[in-house]
Design a protein around this ligand. Structure first.
Ligand code: ZN
Ligand code: FE
Ligand code: FE
Ligand code: ZN
Length: 274
């Protein structure tokens, strides 16, 4: 490892129905990988049972918290375990999300966009929908939603901020409006004070790239937007995955600090000495 290990704040549990491993197993994997801090961030429930197959039910939230708290206490002195949530930004659900955030003493909340309207664009089951869509439109709609998510002020971390590229769909070369939407997204994040997530998950997906793209990292660095790291582990084997690659990308763009959260207070930690 070229850099000091940093907190990995993005990992799931089987409650979302597409991850495996107990929280203890995630914690053990973190210790084995030499990490000193992780945070759980399972997919939160959404109102009206929206896409319920891919997330916790509201009645599982307590159990999630109890398991995380017990594990946090059991690993005290060995590993810092933070308790967070990956909440969706989906217009119309803001009040529900705000209630859920207020109902517990979270260390951080990740805000992610996984839907354009009712379309779960990152869901492999609805991949064929891409054939019916204009790619530039999808990018513009996506970045607009991410901008809106930041503008709500509800989130500490903006999750995988160019997830729209997951399956390798690329905007057109003359995609000026895509670039404008991307720029507006970054301006909104800067204004909100939220951190942008640098995620290794894209390395494990068809796109084969870190989220976000180096151009976005460069512009975010120019704007002074802080970054938080996440592996988006859906299995204990993925904890800390690609950390060095993510930190290298940040480092190339002059960034030397990464965000840490406790009770929704952000602190910046140096991940290297130069
Ligand atoms: Zn997931
Ligand atoms: Fe996500
Ligand atoms: Fe996730
Ligand atoms: Zn350095």
């Amino acid at each position: 490892m070229k850099f000091r290990p940093v907190p990995d704040y993005h990992m799931h549990t089987p409650r979302c129905n597409h991850a495996c491993g107990t929280i203890r197993e995630y914690a053990e994997a973190a210790v084995a990988a030499g990490l000193t801090e992780i945070g759980m961030s399972d997919h939160s429930p959404m109102p009206g049972g929206f896409d319920a197959a891919w997330r916790m039910h509201r009645n599982e939230l307590d159990d999630y918290l109890r398991e995380a708290e017990a594990c946090r206490d059991a690993f005290a002195g060995q590993l810092t375990l933070r308790i967070g949530l990956e909440a969706d930004y989906h217009p119309g659900s803001e009040a529900y999300v705000a209630d859920m955030i207020a109902a517990y003493d979270w260390d951080y909340v990740i805000g992610s966009v996984h839907y354009i309207g009712d379309w779960g664009f990152d869901n492999p089951d609805t991949l064929d929908e891409w054939d019916k869509r204009n790619i530039d439109d999808a990018y513009v709609d996506y970045f607009r939603l991410v901008a809106e998510s930041a503008a709500t002020g509800m989130f500490d971390i903006i999750g995988h901020p160019d997830l729209i590229k997951k399956f390798g769909h690329r905007p057109s070369e003359e995609g000026d409006r895509v670039l404008a939407a991307q720029q507006q997204m970054l301006a909104a994040v800067q204004q909100s004070g939220a951190a942008l997530e640098i995620s290794s998950a894209g390395l494990r997906k068809p796109v084969g790239e870190i989220y976000p793209h180096p151009d976005i990292v460069a512009e975010a660095a120019r704007l002074g937007i802080p970054f938080a790291y996440g592996s988006d582990a859906h299995s204990p084997t993925e904890v800390g995955h690609g950390m060095d690659a993510c930190l290298s990308l940040l480092h190339e763009h002059g960034i030397r600090h990464i965000a840490a959260f406790r009770q929704r207070q952000r602190q910046m930690l140096a991940f290297c000495n130069d």
